[in-house]
Design a protein around this ligand. Structure first.
Ligand code: CAA
Length: 258
């Protein structure tokens, strides 16, 4: 698939996808989302990639779903095509970690896309919000579900009902983003985190992602049991033997993803 709305690069074991519709502040249309899904699944099945970064521009991670494209849709158009989730599902199939590196606006579908990633590193210029209510509609790609889990019901209600934006500092205080960095250091910091992750044992990294995500879907007792099973499984890997031997021998581990 030739990409017209994203730029894709590989840096060592990190796959980087940059949303690239600058004239529309990276508004997310079907074509962009199809390209994003395609690139994500390719990185996910590439043995040489250990972590993926999704980023946008200095001004916008993404200013939401493309309003022009959907303005005249009817109920039947969106219902029959499963609009939004139809081509937003791929990101949830990715088993390797995906980091959102967010500068500028992450609004509506842009905020929802960032929340679908495993964690968010924000530039100090980042602004998050779910302003769909101003358009006479509502979040449709997880905003009313993932935001309350990330920032509490009260703040999610506030953002979704008033359409106000939250700056990076508020987003970090609320737990939506894992860290804030100066805007000119955003990519460097995201790449450092991604390279650290990619230097670990990939199967163990995938188990950790699976286990943390389980916390959102189940009870504490079931989640603990699930975690215990995965923890036990790590003892079946060569990488666990290598990691612990390296510690004891006071050297760096050399993981072989086995
Ligand atoms: N869709 C389509 N085009 C968009 C867009 C969007 N979501 N957001 C911005 N653009 C376009 C603008 O139309 C404008 O294009 P032109 O130059 O051709 O007029 C260009 O990007 C630059 O935007 P502005 O001139 O508005 O830039 P600004 O700096 O003055 O304002 C902004 C920036 C506050 C982000 C403003 O653009 C804005 O409010 N955008 C819409 C945000 C929004 O409502 N997002 C939710 C969309 S609905 C959704 O996402 C549903 C869902 O749950 C999936």
């Amino acid at each position: 698939m030739a990409y017209e709305n994203i730029l894709v690069e590989t840096h060592e074991k990190v796959g980087v996808i940059q949303l690239n519709r600058p004239k529309a502040l990276n508004a997310l249309n079907d074509q962009l989302m199809d390209e994003l899904g395609d690139a994500l699944l390719k990185f996910d099945s590439d043995d040489n990639i250990g972590c993926i970064v999704i980023t946008g521009s200095e001004k916008a991670f993404a200013a939401g779903a493309d309003i022009g494209a959907m303005a005249n849709y009817t109920f039947m158009d969106v219902y029959k095509s499963g609009y939004i989730t139809r081509n937003w599902e791929q990101i949830r199939q990715v088993r390797k970690p995906v980091i959102a590196a967010v500068a500028g606006y992450a609004l509506g579908g842009g905020c929802e896309l960032a929340m679908m990633c495993d964690f968010i590193i924000a530039a100090d210029t980042a602004k998050f919000g779910q302003p769909e209510v101003k358009l006479g509609t509502m979040p449709g790609a997880g905003g009313t579900q993932r935001l309350p889990r990330a920032v509490s019901k009260s703040k999610a209600m506030d953002l979704c009902l008033t359409a106000r934006m939250m700056d990076a500092a508020e987003a970090e205080r609320a737990g939506l983003v894992s860290r804030i960095v100066a805007a000119d250091k955003l990519i460097e910091e995201a790449m450092r985190a991604a390279k650290t992750i990619a230097s670990m044992s990939l199967p163990v990294i995938m188990m950790i992602k699976e286990s943390v995500n389980r916390a959102y879907e189940t009870t504490l007792a079931e989640g603990i049991q699930y975690e215990r099973r995965l923890f036990h499984s790590t003892f079946a890997t060569e990488d666990q033997k290598e990691g612990m031997a390296a510690f004891i021998e006071k050297r760096l581990p050399s993981f072989r993803n086995n």
